[in-house]
Ligand binder design. Sequence first.
Ligand code: SF4
Ligand code: SF4
Length: 131
Amino acid sequence: MPCDTINPQTLFKCLKCGDCCKGYGGTYVTDQDIETISGFIGSDPRRFVAQYCMLSGNRPLLAQRGDGYCIFWDGLCKIHAVKPLMCRKWPFIESLLVDFDNWLILADSCPGIRTDVSADMLKKFLKLKNS
Ligand code: SF4
Ligand code: SF4
C-alpha cells in the first residue's frame, strides 16, 4: 500500500468498547488537561485534582472506580470533547511506537488496532502524521 493512502483508519478504528478506559497504568493528565476538563465540568483545577485524580508519584492520573473503569466512563466517555491528551493520542503514542512490538502489545488490549499491518506502514504513517 503506498504510504500516501495510509491514514488513521487504515491502522485503527475505535469500536467504542471501553476496554482502554479500564485498568492498565491509568490515564495521566497534563496541566492543560486539568485546566480544560475542570472548566468543562464546572470545577476548578485544584478541586478537580482532589476529586477526580489520584497520584502516581507526584503525577496526577484520572481516578478509577472500584470496577477498574476511569471515573469518566459511563458506557461512553463523559468528557469526550475534552478528554486528556493521552486518550486523544491513543493508540498513536510515538514514544511507545518506536518499537513495532509495542503496537502488537497495545493491540492485545484494544480490538480496534489492526495487527495485519506492517512495521513499515506504521512507521510511514507516524512520519506523515508528524510532518
Ligand atoms: S479499547 Fe480500542 S476499540 Fe475499545 S474503546 Fe478503547 S480505543 Fe476504542
Ligand atoms: S477520559 Fe474518557 S477516554 Fe479517557 S480513559 Fe477516561 S473515559 Fe476513557
